[in-house]
Design a protein around this ligand. Structure first.
Ligand code: NAD
Ligand code: IPM
Ligand code: MN
Length: 358
């Protein structure tokens, strides 16, 4: 039987809580399919590990992760460790070292999910964000000069390479073509007179190679407004690292909240493992209470199944989430219920058990 080796990094705060539920759902999906199994290996890395060992992950951590088929991550970051250390030494390090340059974040308002969009539906709030995930504003280039002095200067330089920009925009066009959808580029060339002028130029060049794909282009400020006023105009969306980070939290709010926002960090060439993780963080305000919504983690698990080629199973997971949302009987407090994280995980596996033709 085919075995998929999964590295599990539950991480901090609600990370371990939602990942536990996600693993049970993945195991159920494999059991129902019957042709493959998962072999999960847990890594204890995160902020607690840092406080004990002075590092976010082991020195050979990246080498040890390499042989896995995928990584399943909860969340990283917790009060007590500066965020720029915890994130740069673990989550961002993995994204960069494994060249996971595509961050895929679906924003779809599933049936039964709450939304501030009046009359919003599964058809009208249905965006697929393709966020550049390896460079841009997250290049980590900069300096901090004359620290603490009156002449103090900090530099944070965004880096947009032709290779990096072309590959993410091409990925978006390929995805849009496959889905028969339009592609929207979000940038900011009126103010960012080098990086975003370049981005727009690459987008225009690339669009000539895909004459069959309809395109739109918006400035990021207008795009934020339009995502709320007229979300239906966004289908496949491609944008830079930072804009994608911000707009996908906005998107999460449109489609049921952070507890439903899923993401996949993909290395399309499959030279390295890809990483699946909810968009949300460690939620220190509710950590340890057992009430975190695990559905984002479950949706990310469904992206993992898609990635391994089991699209039918990925779809089943989404439809199980939808059934649970429509039943409204077993929901965590963020969705207006009083169920626990484990209750929701258990209900999803029950729904899967009772579903036909898995
Ligand atoms: P957050 O996403 O952790 O929380 C924002 C709000 O959403 C909180 O009120 C939280 O309770 C709620 N929320 C988030 N996920 C939820 C869930 N599954 N169920 C119910 N409610 C949920 O963002 P933050 O508070 O800005 O960040 C907290 C920490 O997490 C910081 O250290 C930050 O750097 C880190 N962070 C990590 C990741 C990641 O690992 N991918 C992502 C974002 C933030
Ligand atoms: C996300 C997170 C990360 C990001 C942080 C924690 C570095 O907000 O995955 O959206 O900005 O990419
Ligand atoms: Mn974010």
């Amino acid at each position: 039987m085919k075995t998929y080796k999964i590295a599990v990094i539950p991480g901090d705060g609600i990370g371990p809580e939602v990942i536990d539920a996600g693993i049970k759902v993945l195991e159920k999906a494999a059991e129902l399919d019957g042709t493959f199994q998962f072999d999960f290996t847990h890594f204890p890395w995160g902020c607690e590990y840092y406080l004990k060992h002075g590092k976010m992950m082991d020195e050979d951590g990246i080498e040890r992760l390499k042989p896995f088929d995928a990584i399943y991550l909860g969340a990283v970051g917790f009060p007590g460790v500066p965020d720029h250390i915890s994130l740069w030494d673990l989550l961002l390090r993995i994204r960069k070292e494994f060249d996971q340059y595509v961050n895929i974040r679906p924003i779809q308002l599933l049936n039964g999910a709450p939304s501030p969009i009046i009359g919003g539906s599964k058809e009208t709030v249905d965006m697929l964000f393709i966020r550049e995930n390896s460079e841009g504003e997250y290049a980590g280039a900069g300096d901090w000069l004359f620290r603490g002095k009156p002449e103090e200067v900090v530099l944070q330089t965004a880096v947009f390479s032709r290779k990096g920009t072309e590959r993410i925009i091409r990925y978006a066009f390929e995805t849009a073509r496959k889905l028969g959808k339009s592609v929207t580029s979000i940038s900011k060339a009126n103010a960012l007179n080098y990086s975003m002028v370049f981005w727009d130029e690459v987008f225009a060049q690339m669009s000539e190679e895909y004459p069959d794909v309809k395109t739109h282009s918006y400035l990021v400020d207008a795009a934020a407004m339009l995502m709320i006023k007229d979300p239906a105009r966004f289908e496949v969306v491609v944008t830079s690292n930072l804009f994608g980070d911000i707009l996908t939290d906005l998107g999460a709010a449109l489609a049921g909240g952070m507890g439903l926002a899923a993401g996949a960090n993909i290395n399309p060439e499959r030279n390295y493992p890809s990483m699946f993780e909810p968009v949300h963080g460690s939620a220190p305000d509710i950590a340890g209470k057992g009430i975190a919504n695990p559905l984002a983690a479950v949706w990310s698990a469904s992206q993992m199944l898609d990635f391994f080629g089991y699209d039918h199973l990925g779809k089943k997971l989404l439809s199980a989430i939808e059934t649970l949302l429509e039943e409204k009987a077993v929901l965590t407090p963020d969705l207006g219920g009083n169920a626990s994280t484990t209750d929701v995980g258990r209900r999803i596996t029950e729904i899967l058990d009772n579903m036909e033709d898995v």
